[in-house]
Design a protein around this ligand. Structure first.
Ligand SMILES: C[S@@+](CC[C@H](N)C(=O)[O-])C[C@H]1O[C@@H](n2cnc3c(N)ncnc32)[C@H](O)[C@@H]1O
Length: 233
């Protein structure tokens, strides 16, 4: 998936992944992670997700990362917010900022501790991934995992960073992604070097995704994981 693929999806309004409701796994399972309030949550590949508003409402400082400026602008406009926009050059990002929400427009794979420090973020305490890992083809999923762990290690919070990860699993031969199928074994392979991985729950979600059923799926499971960083403070 090239950046152009995603830019076009936003320009054409083809954003079937977006939900007008806060994700139920976030509201159900985030409290179990016991992430201290007033700490910082990274939301990779954030789109214009309302989940960021929920996290901010829970007292967290939120940093979303998103390729599309259209998505960022829609997020703020649709929620009645007027962001201050700053070019972070030499870092390849623009920062949209209102109160405790910062949205970095740029490529997640260019994200660095330096860019985060440039917007006043010196620690990441948690990560929320819904429809980020599964948006990426296999080679980029490996890169995503390789980017995330060093970033968290470079910006340590007061306790070991924890992630809530939501994935899809289905028969990949029935449909090209995105969303891609990411089986439990792949989650292990991607993250076990740096994280303790606990599966919190899984659901059959084919009935509530008729669009994906129409694309040929006969099975669709959603899995929710807790990833706790190993060897961190
Ligand atoms: C499937 S959507 C999920 C959006 C959001 N997480 C949600 O739950 O609504 C994936 C998003 O990631 C963005 N994206 C894809 N590749 C990216 C990258 N390398 N860096 C930053 N954003 C990216 C796309 O523009 C798109 O908005």
């Amino acid at each position: 998936m090239t950046p152009e693929f995603w830019q076009q999806r936003w320009q054409r309004g083809e954003i079937g992944w977006h939900s007008d409701a806060v994700n139920r796994h976030l509201t159900d399972y985030w409290p179990r992670l016991a992430v201290p309030k007033a700490t910082c949550v990274l939301v990779p590949l954030c789109g214009k997700s309302l989940d960021m508003l929920w996290l901010a409402g829970e007292g967290y400082s939120v940093v979303g990362v998103e390729l599309s400026a259209t998505a960022a602008e829609a997020f703020f406009t649709e929620n009645g917010l007027s962001p201050v926009v700053t070019d972070l050059a030499p870092y390849p990002f623009c920062c949209y900022h209102v109160d405790e929400i910062r949205l970095l427009v740029g490529d997640f794979f260019d994200l660095s501790a330096g860019a985060l420090r440039a917007i006043g973020i010196s620690r990441i305490d948690a990560v929320y991934d819904r429809a980020a890992l599964v948006a990426l083809p296999p080679e980029l999923r490996a890169r995503y995992a390789q980017c995330l762990a060093p970033l968290l290690r470079e910006l340590p919070g007061g306790s070991a960073p924890v992630s809530l990860l939501v994935t899809f699993d289905y028969d990949q031969s029935r449909m090209p992604g995105p969303p891609f199928a990411v089986a439990a074994g792949e989650v292990q392979a991607l993250f076990e070097r740096d994280f303790r991985i606990d599966e919190l729950t899984s659901f059959d979600v084919l009935p509530e995704n008729p669009g994906l059923a129409a694309r040929g799926l006969d099975r669709l499971a959603e899995h929710v994981y807790r990833l706790q960083m190993l060897g961190a403070a």
